[in-house]
Design a protein around this ligand. Structure first.
Ligand code: FAD
Length: 431
């Protein structure tokens, strides 16, 4: 008879390790499978890691040596046109002090550390093992099949933390094949650069980091964003756009990334850097409407596998960690009462939907689809904002009344009613 555990966790990303850590800490017998050579070996992220959700799981994560790159003290937003950029942002030195706000991380390091913490609590981590299917008996998930010889393992509960494609959730009929308008394809590069150069170019002190989120020209007007994040001795730069847009316009993501790297506003920031890694990955972007069935008898789905990404705020890792924790807490309760039914595990779904995860995804439930259906926000508004800024800041002898008139003229050119309708539409989906 194969060994039986309290809980099997599939996938050692932020969602899986968060679940495994919480379960093992509570004394449950937990096994976590990871297909990579080690946790993080195959994982891709910009990546901004969120302090709050990690602290809820490991309060003293700093003392425990969490491998962060730089605490982020500045978040910039760029609306990029071909030869110009309109910028906004916030820099706050309160974020330079412990416990900080957010951090940049390199996932290969962070995921290994996080999974290692789960192991320290007593979780068993099995790397280089693919879970190929869930074992179902009488409609109940009772274990998983792996690609190892004699690879069947049993448990009262299986937590699926296997990332965006979640073949296991699909096998269980929890979700269908993802549509191209529900996922973004992101490509990114890590470019090595000496720390002094990073600090000089981004106006930072040694233990400070900055992020730049870029909209507009970098995705050729398609719905998507680009990013530049500072690590200790490297810069992460990437572009992500909906797969549907890439297919429709026959664009290749690596070409978008190369164009971004050559953009006059970007080129100098990465100049002289040595490309170290090139990565590509899908990001769930369907939001609230794409959340699959989250629980069944003996099974819960967390993180990207549950499509829990807030694309508007580029949050994913924190939703993954929080959902992993909530699923683990439900599993602990279920163990106490010996009830692994769908009804019992639905506590996880209810807590998730009441938490910031459900609330935020509900708030923006129509945002991505609306922006995708109305490309004018990226194609027309961003260039117009750049032109208006150029007009207002160019001193050419025209009075400020005249400047105002010229800017209103730009609005009239594309239609005042249309512009008001567009602004109202975007306000409605973001409010
Ligand atoms: P994953 O991190 O995908 O982990 C899933 C794990 O399961 C992997 O380790 C995988 O190897 C393993 N696995 C899969 N299938 C199996 C199987 N059958 N058997 C065994 N193991 C399996 N989020 C942010 O918060 N901030 C950012 O800055 C950010 N930037 C991003 C930039 C890019 C380019 C991309 C692609 C994503 C970004 N995200 C960001 C999103 C974030 O990476 C994800 O939301 C987060 O990683 C989800 O964690 P997860 O544990 O659910 O899934």
């Amino acid at each position: 008879m194969a060994e039986k555990f309290d809980v099997i966790v599939v996938g050692a990303g932020p969602a899986g390790s968060s679940a495994a850590y919480t379960l093992a800490k509570a004394g449950l017998n937990v096994i976590m499978f990871e297909r990579g050579e080690y946790p993080g070996a195959k994982n891709v992220m910009g990546g901004v890691m969120y302090r709050h959700q990690l602290q809820e799981i490991i309060p003293d994560f700093i003392e425990q040596g969490a491998p962060f790159e730089r605490p982020i003290v500045e978040q910039r937003f760029w609306m990029l046109d071909e030869q110009s950029v309109f910028q906004a942002g916030y820099k706050g030195l309160e974020w330079a002090e412990a416990p900080y706000n957010n951090f940049t991380v390199l996932r290969a390091k962070f995921d290994q550390w996080f999974a290692g913490k789960a192991v320290e609590q007593g979780a068993l981590l099995i790397n280089e093992t693919v879970v190929t299917e869930a074992i179902v008996e009488d409609g109940k998930v009772i274990g998983v099949r792996t690609d190892r010889p004699d690879g069947d393992v049993y448990a009262d509960i299986v937590i699926l933390a296997d990332g965006v494609n979640s073949l296991l959730a699909k096998q269980l009929g929890f979700h269908k094949e993802l549509r191209p308008d529900e996922v973004a394809l992101a490509v990114m590069q890590v470019i090595n650069l000496p720390s002094e150069k990073i600090e000089e170019r981004f106006n930072l002190e040694p233990n400070q980091g900055a992020t730049i989120e870029i909209f507009g020209d970098s995705t050729k007007g398609l719905l998507g964003t680009s990013f530049i994040y500072t690590n200790k001795e490297s810069i992460s730069i990437g572009v992500g756009t909906l797969l549907s847009g890439l297919m429709k316009h026959q664009l290749r993501p690596y070409e978008l990334l190369e164009t971004l790297k050559q953009h006059p506003m970007v080129r100098k920031l990465i100049e002289g850097g040595e490309p170290k890694e090139y990565l590509a990955h899908l990001i769930p972007e369907g939001g609230y409407h794409s959340i699959p069935k989250l629980v069944g008898h003996g099974v819960m789905v967390v993180g990207d596998a549950a499509q829990l990404v807030n694309g508007i705020h580029r949050e994913g890792s924190n939703l993954a960690m929080a959902s992993g924790r909530l699923a683990a807490e439900t599993a602990i309760l279920a163990k106490q009462v010996g009830d692994y039914s769908e009804n019992m595990l639905d506590t996880y779904r209810m807590k998730l939907m009441k938490s910031f995860i459900g609330q935020d995804l509900k708030k923006y439930k129509d945002a991505a689809h609306t922006l995708d259906r109305h490309p004018q926000y990226f194609k027309e508004f961003i260039p117009m904002i750049n032109r208006a800024a150029s007009e207002i800041f160019t001193v050419d002898g025209a009075s400020k009344w005249e400047k105002q008139k010229r800017i209103l003229g730009m609005v009239q050119e594309r239609g005042t009613v249309n512009t008001i309708r567009d602004l109202y539409r975007v306000w409605k989906v973001m409010k």
